[in-house]
Design a protein around this ligand. Sequence first.
Ligand SMILES: [Zn+2]
Length: 270
Amino acid sequence: MDYFDPHIHMVSRTTDDYATLARMGCVAMSEPAFWAGFDRGSADSFRDYFRQLTETEPQRAAQYGIQHFTWLCINAKEAENVELSREVIAMIPEFLEKSNVLGIGEIGLNKNTKNEAIIFLEHLELAIEHNQLILIHTPHLEDKYQGTKMILDMLCDDKRIEPSHVLIDHVEEHTIGPVLEKGFWAGMTLYPISKCTPSRAVDMIERYGTDRLMPNSAGDWGPSKPTAIPDLIFEMRKRGHSEATIRKVVYENPIDFFSKSPNFHFTPRH
Ligand SMILES: [Zn+2]
């Protein structure tokens, strides 16, 4: 089945992964900007990273017939350095016209600190000013519930933000309800050790329905599985879900959401 991976960090994956994903049916992916595993030393380091996301990765992906889209930001882990964060935010408009850029992300919170909230709000301003979609990372484990609540409050306090233009990622059983109720899109991350497994994701689909919901692998440099979406497809088939239902969550929903960006030019396979 053709599918999208709406959240995967291909800069940290091998070319073999592109080949495997293509064989498993991945036709498009979106890659949010994220933490490199170490703090970057300067804004120029981000400029090079944004060139990699907007120039190099689309070419690597295209060799395997995969369309590559991306999102730009400085991540929450580096937001403690407010000065660097502001330099990066000031540079992002240089890249917003690049043909594969869908919006601002993955912004959000990590440890729910004051500086993280300041930089989150400044990213929201950037997105509003440039009419961009927004992709949001919610914190890990013990910080997730509180962090998701803080994020929802900040988003709902700003009436300029259209919830249907925002994807809130890494939802779990205790955060998916408020995200969907307030009209946002929700991303479920299928991770081998934390976040959500394929069977828990299918439980959530069965409980909340298929609207505004999409799975992703968030494959990156840590323990993660780039082929997690095919695992979810397999789990849904095993439970007797129709091909149309599966296709909606792994293919049609990402297309619906990404189509709100003028830069999303997707060519389906024929
Ligand atoms: Zn990520």
